[in-house]
Ligand binder design. Structure first.
Ligand code: AHR
Length: 334
């Protein structure tokens, strides 16, 4: 089967990246509340952008961080302040508050979980600092708290995975297990929903589902637990490649052959996942494009220039079977 659904390409700049510690310099703060017209960038034209990253939990996250650091460079007119929240919401809130205190021109972040952001986003709004969401959404009824949300449609990703599984295996009475992403995170909630709706009405039964927190180590541990609890697993749906790669280790340690005895479907399509797909250990991967740096730079510049920006920018994703992975790997960017 060939690739599916290629529409929008996000370009990645390629250069060496340096990690900016949180803290240090300040810049001119924005002077208008979010949605209140043109917001001031620094007098020297440099845009100081404070970015709070979820963590470094997966290959996808590493590629996403690289895209942001490679794009928001001094040459491109940015002073990037970058912080890693180590998958903790309290660290992200602390980082955002620090960016507000420093008076950065714009704040961007990828929320580790969906809920609990209104208070800190109100603080940013009151300080006149626009906020851009990347990768993951917040669950808030007040859309004035952020300017734009750039990222994939996670429900659709789950659906694409489920549709492929239904197409391949409906009628065979498959028992499936699910390795969920971080509890409360938008991709975990949405991919679960999309997959479940796509296999509804088939004879594929989801017999177990637990979080592996988007990491390879936890994916392996949870899969070991699944294998101990069930002797009839036919398929694993992992919410990201890393957990799928952890599951492969657990399946091999149990003396089974991943991709054959137990089929594996994942989301992300980062290099390690694509290699395992090409090697026959994974059966299908739905992409989640991590190259969000260029869109973030563009939207930040427009917001600070007082231009209209789209509230929701959907990054379109492809999907790969084993043959498509072999073809794509030599030129894969991440
Ligand atoms: O939010 C995107 C998800 O976060 C990726 O699928 C996963 O690998 C990452 O940790």
């Amino acid at each position: 089967m060939a690739r599916t659904t290629l529409t929008r390409t996000v370009l990645a700049a390629v250069s060496a990246a340096s990690l900016f510690a949180l803290g240090a310099c300040s810049s001119d703060a924005g002077t208008e509340p979010a949605g209140g017209g043109e917001t001031a960038a620094a007098d020297d034209g440099v845009i100081t952008l404070g970015f709070s990253q979820v963590g470094a939990e997966s290959g996808w996250r590493a590629a996403n961080t690289k895209s942001i650091q490679d794009t928001l460079t001094a040459e491109n007119g940015f002073d990037l302040k970058f912080s890693d929240a180590q998958q903790k919401q309290e660290n992200q809130i602390q980082a955002i508050r620090s960016y507000i205190t420093q008076g950065v021109d714009v704040i961007a972040f990828s929320p580790v979980v969906e809920t609990g952001w209104d208070a800190v986003l109100q603080e940013a709004k009151a300080a006149g600092i626009p906020v851009i969401l990347t990768d993951r959404a917040v669950d808030s009824s007040d859309e004035t708290l952020y300017e734009s949300f750039i990222g994939s449609d996670f429900v659709k990703e789950g659906e694409m995975a489920g549709e492929w599984v239904a197409e391949q295996y409906d009628g065979e009475g498959y028992k499936a297990v699910e390795l969920q992403g971080t509890t409360g995170a938008a991709p975990a909630i949405d991919r679960k929903e999309g997959f479940a709706s796509a296999i509804e009405g088939t004879d594929i039964e989801l017999i177990d589902s637990q979080t592996g927190n988007f990491t390879r180590a936890e994916g392996k541990t949870v899969m070991e637990g699944f294998l101990n609890a069930h002797d009839d697993i036919d398929l694993v749906f992992a919410h990201n490649d890393d957990m799928g790669l952890g599951a492969i280790e657990a399946i091999e340690a149990a003396g089974l052959t991943p991709g054959e005895d137990i089929k594996i479907v994942t989301i992300d399509a980062v290099k390690d996942g694509m290699q395992a797909l090409a090697d026959g250990k994974i059966n299908y991967i739905v992409e989640c494009n991590p190259l969000l740096g260029p869109d973030l730079a563009d939207i930040a510049k427009k917001v600070l220039a007082g231009e209209e920006v789209e509230k929701r920018i959907v990054v379109k994703d492809e999907a790969f079977d084993q043959a498509a992975a072999k073809e794509a790997l030599p030129t894969r960017e991440y």
